[in-house]
Ligand binder design. Structure first.
Ligand SMILES: NC(=O)c1ccc[n+]([C@@H]2O[C@H](COP(=O)([O-])OP(=O)(O)OC[C@H]3O[C@@H](n4cnc5c(N)ncnc54)[C@H](O)[C@@H]3O)[C@@H](O)[C@H]2O)c1
Length: 343
């Protein structure tokens, strides 16, 4: 295969980001767009590809090798299953599906038809995320003891004008925490239990303003995480990295990983350790590692092309993303029941 033939379903905010990435990658080509709404016609014209209202028509006409599903989450399932059934590989946006049942159905279909599903947890395509994974997993911090994480920023008031954004499904747990939950799982390992509290004391909407989590990892490490979309703070992935152009970069850490022999600030990748026996008498020093923030969406399209060509397996598969979704949804159950939720 020379160029992987791609199609996009859902040309909204993130769909357009995928279109930009496709245009920057030489060995893929866009063949069509599915989006039943008015504005999408012009986007298809700009990209010189046909527009379809129906996924089946697009599959018949375009014969894509890979399909990107970037519809609203509650509309991920049908186009994903149709594309897999047709024989295409799928890159589906995060969260993989709206429910764990739908996610499991997706993974089972992909296995049954022998096609891959790559899930759009785009942060996995940054070199610094993979460096952190290697530092922790290869034992540079010794045995992992604990993790303390933050995602705390204050979204602008207009963001919450549409009524659907006031609902629980649009709250920061499912919109934002899911990215950090995926990072925690990828870097620190599988999560076995979650306790949580949520609060809506600032805005009073159905969606939460804040959540506090206690996590236990399979390797025995413990973690805490504080999330809020109503706190004006420098601590969170977006502020740390400057990935989102609307959020000024602070360069501060958002998550700290602590082990028996040293600690890691993330995502600024500052490692703290010492010479000799690593106990409280040893002066700690930090080594700053080179920070590079590439375009994760371009990396993701390159990776999807490799998956389609059989060069590699998805770095985050449907099974893996189902576990991230399950852990994220467990936060609601833990907060509502006041009980520890076992995963
Ligand atoms: N990776 C990330 O950081 C990230 C960021 C934003 C959004 N997302 C995810 O991407 C998905 C889309 O979010 P968005 O913000 O781009 O939404 P959006 O509302 O901006 O865009 C969705 C698009 O899908 C189209 N659409 C709706 N139903 C459709 C259907 N049945 N078939 C084809 N097209 C349909 C709409 O017309 C719209 O153009 C969500 O799952 C969201 O969670 C991921």
């Amino acid at each position: 295969m020379d160029k992987a033939r791609l199609a996009l379903i859902g040309a909204g905010v993130i769909g357009k980001r995928h279109l930009e990435a496709i245009a920057s990658v030489a060995h893929v080509e866009l063949t069509g767009i599915v989006d039943p709404f008015q504005g999408a016609r012009q986007i298809a014209e700009q990209h010189g590809v046909p527009i379809f209202a129906d996924t089946g028509d697009m599959l018949d006409h375009c014969q894509p090798d890979g399909v990107i599903v970037a519809t609203p989450t509650e509309h991920h399932l049908v186009p994903t299953l149709e594309s897999l059934e047709f024989g295409a590989h799928v890159l589906v946006e995060k969260p993989i599906m709206a429910t764990v049942e739908e996610a499991r159905k997706t993974a089972a279909k992909a296995d049954a038809v022998g096609r891959h599903v790559l899930v759009g947890h785009h942060r996995r395509h940054y070199a610094l995320v993979n460096q952190a994974h290697n530092i922790v997993r290869q034992g540079q911090l010794g045995q992992l003891v604990g993790v303390v994480g933050h995602w705390n920023l204050r979204k602008h008031a207009d963001y919450y004008l549409p009524d659907w954004r006031k609902k629980w499904q649009a709250g920061p747990i499912l919109t934002n925490l899911i990215h950090d939950m995926d990072l925690l799982r990828y870097i620190a390992g599988d999560i076995v239990s979650i306790n949580a509290e949520t609060s809506n004391a600032v805005m009073g909407f159905e969606k939460e303003d804040a959540a506090a989590l206690v996590l236990k990892f399979k390797n025995g490490a413990l973690g805490t995480f504080l999330l809020s979309d109503q706190s004006h703070s420098p601590w969170g992935w977006e502020q740390a990295t400057g990935e989102n152009m609307s959020v000024p970069r602070t360069g501060r850490n958002a998550i700290r990983f602590m082990g028996t022999e040293g600690s890691l600030e993330f995502p600024n990748l500052k490692i703290w350790n010492s010479e000799g026996t690593p106990d409280w008498r040893a002066p700690l020093e930090s080594n700053d590692m080179a920070e590079t923030l590439e375009d994760a969406y371009i990396n993701q399209i390159n990776h999807f092309s490799d998956v389609i060509k059989g060069i590699t397996a998805p770095c985050i598969s449907a099974h893996d993303a189902t576990d991230t979704l399950r852990a994220t949804l467990a936060v609601y159950d833990a907060a509502e029941s006041g009980q520890r939720v076992m995963l």
